[in-house]
Design a protein around this ligand. Structure first.
Ligand SMILES: C[S@@+](CC[C@H](N)C(=O)[O-])C[C@H]1O[C@@H](n2cnc3c(N)ncnc32)[C@H](O)[C@@H]1O
Length: 267
């Protein structure tokens, strides 16, 4: 792999063994990095009902897979806020100008105007934050939205009853293999987080957390890209170790974790 290509990839400056898990997967050619896959993304977008009059903000677009779906709905404007420079560049490469942009920065303090959006959403980006940072990001979504605006999240969740030591076990195991904080909430905790920041939850959808299962890989990436991903993983010893380790832990905890999409309206 040439330097120019490596430099353009998220996490490029890091060694595979140190890289956050999502960038290991991206490096191997995976583009869909959210726990409920494209099917839950589609259900989230259906609940958001994005149309031509909407001013949309996406937090943490990653490689921009959902951005493309949103753009196909022709909203009045689309602004992504991504903190990784290489990911932001990848998203910009197909925005095509006009009222479509991707700004580099944190979703917790976007610098965008208050009440400038009718729709805000973010996927697989709150789970990796501390409790305080989760709240700052949800509060920022509320600040950006006009009253009546819609906010959606798509995140990992803990299944009912996973508490105390079991919960700490799950967090420790996930954080250990992803090499980044992984702190999922239960569905009622996610809902409460949104509600305490002034949102009224309208839709809650669930899916299994099957990010690295073969059937999900094919559904999310398509057969050709899924096969290419598998070949890349098998060829690269360190990536193979990381990906298999993540899948082992996801499988071991499949009774404890799932994926959830929640859509809410700002009061
Ligand atoms: C697991 S990836 C998910 C990417 C994409 N949303 C998806 O579902 O495929 C996490 C993404 O969140 C971005 N991110 C994490 N914290 C962020 C923050 N505070 N502000 C903006 N982007 C953030 C990372 O750079 C990365 O692109």
């Amino acid at each position: 792999m040439g330097n120019a290509m490596t430099a353009a990839r998220p996490g490029a400056g890091l060694k595979t063994e140190k890289m956050p898990g999502h960038w290991v997967l991206a490096r191997m050619g995976k583009r869909v990095l959210r726990p409920g896959g494209m099917e839950l993304t589609r259900r989230m977008l259906a609940a958001l009902r994005i149309g031509p009059s909407d001013e949309v903000v996406e937090f943490a677009p990653g490689l921009g897979v959902t951005a493309r779906l949103t753009l196909s709905l022709r909203p009045a404007s689309y602004t992504a806020v991504e903190r990784d420079e290489a990911a932001a560049r990848a998203v910009r490469s197909y925005l095509g100008g006009g009222a479509r942009r991707c700004v580099l920065g944190s979703a917790a303090a976007t610098g965008l105007h208050a009440a400038s959006a009718t729709v805000v959403y973010g996927e697989a980006m709150l789970t990796m934050q501390t409790e305080e940072e989760k709240r700052r990001i949800v509060r920022e979504a509320a600040r950006l939205l006009r009253p009546g605006g819609r906010y959606a999240i798509h995140e990992m969740c803990l299944r009912d009853g996973v508490e105390g030591e079991a919960r700490r076990d799950v967090e420790r195991a996930l954080t250990g293999v992803v090499h980044h904080g992984v702190r999922p909430l239960s569905i009622s905790e996610w809902r409460r987080l949104l509600e305490t920041e002034g949102f009224r939850v309208t839709v809650t959808e669930e899916a299994p957390m099957a990010l690295l299962e073969p059937a999900r890989l094919v559904r999310d990436e398509g057969l050709v890209r899924a096969l290419r991903f598998a070949c890349n993983v098998l060829r690269d010893g360190e990536a193979r170790r990381r990906v298999f380790e993540m899948r082992r832990v996801f499988r071991r905890h499949r009774g404890h974790i799932a994926a959830v999409a929640i859509c809410a309206v700002r009061g």
